[in-house]
Design a protein around this ligand. Structure first.
Ligand code: FAD
Length: 483
């Protein structure tokens, strides 16, 4: 297999795939992902993708304003403007790839509403928008002769060289080193640093950790979003998300007495932004002394609910609840990361020629809290920004590829069991919706110990070790920012 490429993209979710699609046709691209392509957060997205496209009653200014309100006006206005003004282009492109957004009976788009949006502007494919988009992006990538895709290929090492970067890639058959002039990190979120998350198992923050080790600036990693309505099945570490769109279609939040309570916390009731709703649930749980909360949409027409949310209906039914007949148990859990690898408006990090896009990047569009359905859009818009910038810089890059050495240590031992669990427990107990000040310092000290143990000891280089080191690094940066 060829080892040298113009660009290596690490990650095959919305950002990685769309980045590959938008690279120039003469740019040789290697795209790697550590599991199969469909196993990523992008494919889990339910609610949809926000954007102003062909909508006379909406405007880019309103989309920006809603995003600013949700973000506490801490958003970067320049990157936000790029996000909202490019939305129409990306939605049109998705349509051209055959993405099947739901339609109204008269043939128009069925745009749904989610918390914090002042207009119906969420394009969706039933409640499985992410899977629909990823499938169509994969089909498009498969038509591109300049893009090589490797599934089950994990980045286990990354080093800057004089000519770009060397990436150590672990596959079933062993390790290899690939070199490139440009790199795009599109490795997604960090959900697995928490005990309970909606994120898929790939979300261990690897790209952020490698960028940090290579000297890239990481910003606002403590801006973690907790989704208010994850299905509350106490055993599952990966929680089923009950999309915000369910509240958008009229669902109520109920406390342990099965009473609505949001009127005590925010005028926008169930459709307040996520951070507000999550905090309200935690405060209400303190007031009532109970962690039992419910989402109730059974006052709506059962046929409408089944057709609008077929996946949620089926999955919840498998767990013994019928959403058309009864309220279902919910509770907040980790969902999204607003912070990440700091990038400029072209998605370049503070390390020249190292780019980042999607959930691992910090573009600043979300401010303190992401507005629902803005992240698929961000992944597409800023992956394309990276591709456009790389296309511009490619001709001026000197030819040739240096290759870094990734030393293999002899007599390495397996990773001790329990370190990953301990990291998750520390994060869940000290830095959940309302941080526990008393636990933060002790948690940080223990995370520091775990991290230096992982770095200094001679452990076998495998997925378990790389992910544990990433989780420790992510927890370390988050807690360091807040203590
Ligand atoms: C349940 C759920 C529902 C959501 N709903 C919505 C929604 O309705 N609308 C919306 O806008 N957003 C939604 N989001 C958020 C959104 O889906 C994500 O933020 C976005 O899709 C992230 O895309 P990404 O390409 O950055 O990462 P991902 O799609 O997660 O892709 C990450 C890729 O990186 C690869 N990778 C990671 N580490 C390595 C490594 N070391 N080596 C090789 N490959 C690696 C993975 O294999 C994967 O291919 C939702 C998220 C979840 C979890």
């Amino acid at each position: 297999m060829e080892n040298n490429y113009d660009v290596i993209i690490v990650g095959g979710g919305a950002a990685g795939l769309y980045g590959a699609i938008n690279m120039p046709a003469d740019c040789r691209v290697l795209l790697i992902c550590k599991q199969e392509l469909m196993l990523c957060n992008s494919a889990l997205a339910q609610g949809g993708i926000a954007g102003v496209y062909d909508s006379p009653e909406d405007s880019v200014e309103l989309h920006e304003h809603d995003t600013m309100i949700a973000g506490g006006f801490k958003n970067n206005p320049e990157s936000l403007h790029i996000l909202t003004t490019h939305a129409a282009h990306e939605i049109e492109t998705l349509l051209s790839y055959g993405v099947d957004f739901d339609r109204t009976p008269d043939g128009g788009f069925h745009r749904t509403l989610e918390g914090g949006h002042s207009r119906h502007r969420i394009f969706h494919h039933k409640d499985t928008t992410g899977a629909e988009i990823v499938e169509k992006l994969i089909q498009k990538v498969q038509t591109l002769s300049n893009v090589t895709v490797l599934e089950y290929a994990m980045m286990t090492g990354m080093q800057k060289t004089n000519t770009g970067f060397s990436v150590q890639v672990m596959q079933k058959q062993g390790f290899m080193v690939c070199n490139c002039h440009f790199m795009l990190l599109a490795t997604g979120g960090i959900g697995r640093v928490y005990g309970f998350t909606t994120n898929s198992k790939i979300a261990t923050g690897d790209g952020i950790a490698f960028a940090y080790e290579n000297g890239a600036e990481i910003r606002n990693l403590h801006l973690v979003q907790f989704h208010p309505t994850a299905f509350n099945n106490n055993q599952a570490r990966e929680c089923l998300l009950i999309s915000e769109a369910v509240r958008g279609e009229g669902a109520y939040l109920l406390n342990c007495r099965k009473e609505r309570f949001m009127q005590r916390y925010d005028d926008r009731l169930e459709l307040a932004p996520r951070d507000v709703v999550s905090r309200s649930i935690i405060l209400e749980s303190r007031a009532t002394g109970s962690d039992q909360f419910y989402l109730d949409i059974f006052h709506k027409d059962p046929e409408f609910v089944k057709n609008r949310f077929p996946m949620i209906y089926e999955k919840v039914l498998e767990q013994g609840y019928d959403i058309t007949k009864e309220p279902i148990p919910i509770f907040p859990c980790q969902h999204y990361l607003m912070g990440g690898i700091q990038v400029n408006l072209h998605s370049e990090t503070t390390v020249p020629r190292l780019y980042a896009a999607g959930e691992c990047a910090h573009t600043g569009v979300h401010g303190n809290n992401r507005l629902a359905s803005n992240s698929l859009l961000e992944a597409l818009v800023f992956a394309r920004q990276a591709a456009l910038d790389i296309a511009e810089k490619m001709p001026s890059v000197q030819s040739g590829y240096d290759e870094a050495v990734f030393p293999a240590a002899a007599d390495a031992k397996p990773l001790p069991v329990g370190l990953r669990t301990e990291i998750r427990q520390i994060m869940q107990s000290s830095f959940f919706v309302i941080p526990d000040q008393e636990k933060l310092l002790a948690g940080f000290e223990r995370i520091q110990e775990i991290r230096s143990q992982l770095v200094s000891q001679n452990y076998q280089l495998d997925a378990n070790y790389v992910e544990a080191k990433s989780l420790a690094t992510i927890a370390y940066i988050i807690l360091k920012e807040v203590i």
